[in-house]
Design a protein around this ligand. Structure first.
Ligand SMILES: Cc1ncc(COP(=O)(O)O)c(C=O)c1O
Length: 393
């Protein structure tokens, strides 16, 4: 069997030109291909492998759980220790208005649940999202996509979706008593790792409170410590009504969740019953991996080191071809002068053993979202490669 040929032949793809690197194994901050080539991973499965690849504590938690039970009943029927312990640990970390957690299979599915909860709670249907947002690919989440080109081929989508510009406080007046929810990424990912300006999120929250709309923050990417605190909204002095999580929460396994007050969450239980259901959400093996990840991030040294790692990246990536570095913590996007240059840099870095990646909309950006436990030596090694490639091109 030729892995790459069979990949191209049999597995559905998302673009006509996938990278197609044949993977043999991955450990820590490194991925190895089937030819034995070693890559330093500055992308971490697009922010999913928060503790690097195959972290021993995550692997041990998975191994212990698969020996006990793997799947026994659909979500929400039986009390299963890994899922319950994960929800409890999350509630302990979250602000007091988050008392209940619904576990899902992916971030997108958690967004869908959050949208339904907001509609159910307010009896309203209008939802605001931001231009250049990304919240997932199913039809509800796709309706929130912040660019029309991506949506056109799949219309009709959800009615009642309206858009505002991220960071433009003047537009918040459009949010009214007709609005069920405002959905924002705390830090916009695909748009170029755009950080909210000083009081923007406070203003959004105040407007939502004034008109009785709910604020849903999507922390699927910046959550679970990527910017330093456990959740990025902690930087901005607010708490959302509904929080959506995913990606790094699973330590490399597929997971998502949304949390809210108990008063809101119980609305999914009745009138109608089964307001949101899933077979595998809260799966015990995945919940065990997620709990091990949460404990290591909560109790280990990693989150305290994020700020100094960000400073190191910013220091090492001073280069005439880098115009600026957007983002926060270990969610960094060096911006080059042209998209074509970014393409060349990403491909040549790959050639020289460093994995970078693209962002969805900001095509001049290089994605840097490494494992949170990446070492300073590994940061230096990767930045050396990147600077060398920038010099060569
Ligand atoms: C901000 C944000 N929301 C939602 C999603 C969708 O999550 P998933 O791919 O787990 O469904 C992503 C994934 O890239 C994301 O970055």
């Amino acid at each position: 069997m030729n892995l790459v040929d069979d990949f191209l032949e049999y597995q559905a793809k998302t673009t006509p030109y996938p990278l197609g690197i044949p993977i043999d194994k991955a450990q820590g901050s490194y991925i190895y291909d089937t030819q034995g080539k070693k890559y330093l991973d500055f992308v971490a499965g697009v922010s999913a492998c928060s503790l690097g690849h195959c972290h021993p504590k995550v692997v041990a938690a998975i191994e212990a759980q698969i020996k006990r039970y793997m799947h026994v009943m659909v979500y929400g029927e039986f009390a299963q220790e890994p899922a319950v312990a994960l929800c409890k640990a999350l509630v302990d970390l979250l602000p007091s208005n988050h008392e209940s957690v619904y576990l899902t299979n992916s971030g997108t599915e958690a967004i869908e649940g959050a949208l339904k909860l907001a509609k159910r709670a307010t009896g309203r249907a209008e939802i605001f999202a931001a231009h250049y947002a990304y919240h997932g690919s199913t039809q509800g989440a796709l309706s929130l996509w912040g660019t029309e080109t991506q949506k056109q081929a799949f219309r009709p989508l959800l009615p009642g979706i309206r858009f505002i510009d991220f960071n433009v406080a003047d537009q918040l007046e459009q949010i009214t008593t007709k609005t069920a929810a405002v959905v924002l990424e705390t830090i916009q990912g695909g748009a170029g790792f755009i950080v909210p300006e000083s009081d923007y999120l406070k203003k959004v929250k105040a407007r939502c409170e004034a008109v009785g709309a709910l604020l849903i923050l999507d922390e699927i990417q910046p959550g679970f410590g990527r910017t330093g605190p456990f959740f990025a909204f902690e930087h901005y002095g607010i708490s959302p009504d509904i929080l959506v999580m995913g990606k790094g929460m699973g330590g490399g396994l597929p997971v998502g969740a949304f949390s809210s007050s108990k008063t809101l969450m119980t609305l999914l239980e009745d009138h109608p019953k089964l307001g949101h259901i899933t077979t595998f959400g809260g799966n015990p093996v995945i919940a065990a991996a997620s709990l091990a990840t949460l404990k290591e991030l909560r109790d280990g040294p990693h989150l305290k080191e994020i700020e100094e790692k960000e400073i190191l990246f910013r220091k090492l990536l001073k280069h005439p071809k880098i115009e600026r570095i957007q983002g926060k913590g270990l969610m960094l996007a060096p911006i080059l002068s042209r998209p074509e240059l970014a393409d060349q840099v990403i491909l040549e870095c790959l050639n020289q053993g460093l994995i970078l990646f693209w962002l969805l909309w900001e095509k001049r950006a290089l994605r840097i979202s490494p494992p949170l436990n990446i070492s300073k030596n590994e940061i230096e090694e990767g930045c050396d490669i990147l600077r060398r490639v920038l010099d060569q091109l």
